[in-house]
Write a protein that binds this ligand. Structure first.
Ligand code: ADP
Length: 465
């Protein structure tokens, strides 16, 4: 079975969040499966050097009467071929989607070209299945159906909140027939919604955890699309994400100063001491709570900020690293220097994040909603106990009660009291060092890879053939 896996970000070439990690780990796991010949495609952004890639083919895509020249490049690595779409509008900007917190105003055209190029490449490679991810690829599902191509499409929703919504002029710019502009089609409150193209026109639909697949059918978590998702619920499956366990492996991780495993947790403590030394936080005897997160409302930063005084009144250290919304950045930064046991590092830093996972005793993930979340898996792999809100993929992967895998502290209502109660349980757990260590060891021995998830995707692929 020939499959083309399309995503706007694939690690290590481009990353803004979990989509990149998942695109990489899932596609590599699937590519290693017997009977699957999988290649992948992503944009060539300006920061991906052309000289490291091999020219593949030149093509033209027609959108709204305009011809856009596209060059495909390729790279073979880790047993997978990745194709890169190079087109002036897509490839000559500094960022992937925008700059300084502002999306590019022509993202409709940029990702319209990307979607059309995906379809062109699928034809060139003669694939039978196209696996599309998120709104940036979504129009490809519509283009395939419009052109009546014999290619099946599977569309994965990684985060329903990001929909790619544009002014109605996008239709003519992209040559999309206005007959699709209605509420059961692409229309969304008078605008054009790219994500709806993926949901509406795909042959199979997945989301990244069983709980999230249910939640997005409710008004609370449906981001205005719950009715539309319910309309297509028959083709929807929830498949839990996994992580690349080679990349996230404290035993081999070159980004951390002291490598360790479950039999050598003293070295984890050395990481903690080294990490704290490089921050204003001191006293490695205090439990270290870490949060590694995009600064977005989704991630529960309001709850953390609202509870900050109570959290920091305890003998703990709290370290937050993140990048994103200016207002969260300001509110977090305002606490630097105010408390001796709090530090916020603003920025996106892969190496620092690995060091923080290795140093942490607990990972805070109090999300408002969480399609799957990866930081809980990475934390558990590095022997940090996750403290999570029971929602989406967090609910499916972290359990406070007796469980074989995925032990952590779990709370349910999005409220300060529930959060602080969970925090108190975390402190009690840390005091019971035997139990704390048992949870660490249990988590570090778990399989959080894509092994099982990939089988579920594979079964879906087969069902479409
Ligand atoms: P989302 O995709 O919603 O941002 P996930 O939990 O699915 O959240 O994935 C987040 C990924 O991005 C993880 O690999 C996490 O370690 C990483 N990450 C998040 N913020 C930062 C940061 N500031 N610096 C480095 N890595 C980060």
């Amino acid at each position: 079975m020939k499959v083309l896996f399309a995503s706007s970000e694939i690690f290590p070439h481009a990353k803004s969040g979990g989509l990149s990690d998942v695109s990489s780990a899932l596609s590599e796991t699937l590519a290693a499966e017997e009977g699957v010949e999988l290649s992948r495609v992503m944009p060539r952004y300006s920061f991906i050097e052309k000289k490291k890639l091999k020219p593949f083919k030149r093509a033209e895509v027609f959108l709204g009467g305009t011809c856009h020249e596209v060059n495909f490049y390729k790279l073979e690595k880790s047993g997978v071929v990745t194709y890169f779409v190079d087109a002036p509008l897509l490839s000559e900007t500094l960022g992937m989607y925008g700059e300084a917190g502002e999306d590019y105003s022509n993202n409709d055209l940029r990702f319209g070209i990307f979607a059309a190029a995906i379809v062109e490449l699928a034809r060139l490679l003669d694939v039978s299945l196209l696996h599309l991810n998120d709104w940036q690829c979504a129009l490809a599902a519509l283009f395939i159906k419009e052109r009546e191509l014999d290619i099946k499409t599977l569309f994965t929703i990684h985060n329903l909140a990001y929909q790619g919504v544009f002014e109605v002029g996008a239709l003519s710019r992209l040559g999309i027939d206005s007959k699709h502009f209605h509420s059961d089609g692409l229309e969304f409150y008078g605008k054009v919604n790219f994500l709806k193209a993926g949901i509406g026109w795909c042959d199979a639909l997945t989301s990244v955890s069983p709980s999230y697949a249910q939640e997005i059918q409710t008004p609370e978590y449906g981001c205005g699309l719950d009715g539309f998702v319910r309309l297509h619920a028959k083709k929807l499956t929830g498949i839990l994400n996994g992580i690349d366990q080679n990349h996230f492996n404290p035993k081999k991780d070159k980004l951390i100063p002291f490598r360790y495993d479950a039999n050598n947790l003293d070295a984890k403590h050395q990481n903690k001491t080294a990490f704290l030394k490089a921050t204003p936080l001191k006293d490695p005897r205090k439990p270290l709570f870490v949060m590694i997160s995009r600064l977005a409302e989704q991630k529960g930063l309001d709850l953390v900020l609202e509870s900050l005084e109570s959290l920091l009144a305890e003998k703990i250290n709290l370290y937050v690293v993140g990048e994103g919304s200016a207002s969260y950045k300001e509110r977090l930064e305002a606490n630097n220097g105010k408390y001796e046991n709090f530090y916020f590092h603003n920025g996106y830093d892969e190496a620092l994040s690995h060091q923080a996972y290795a140093a942490a005793d607990f990972m805070l993930i109090p999300s408002r909603y969480e399609p799957c979340g990866l930081t809980q898996f990475i934390a558990m792999r590095y022997g940090a106990i996750p403290l999570v809100r029971s929602v989406g993929g967090l609910k499916d992967s972290v359990h406070e009660e007796e469980a074989l895998c995925g032990r952590g502290i779990v709370f349910e209502p999005y409220a300060k009291e529930a959060f602080l109660e969970a925090f108190a349980r975390a402190l009690a757990l840390k005091k019971n060092s035997k139990k704390y260590k048992a949870w660490q060891e249990q988590n570090m021995g778990c399989d959080f890879s894509f092994a099982q998830g990939a089988q579920e995707y594979l079964n879906l692929y087969k069902s479409l053939m």
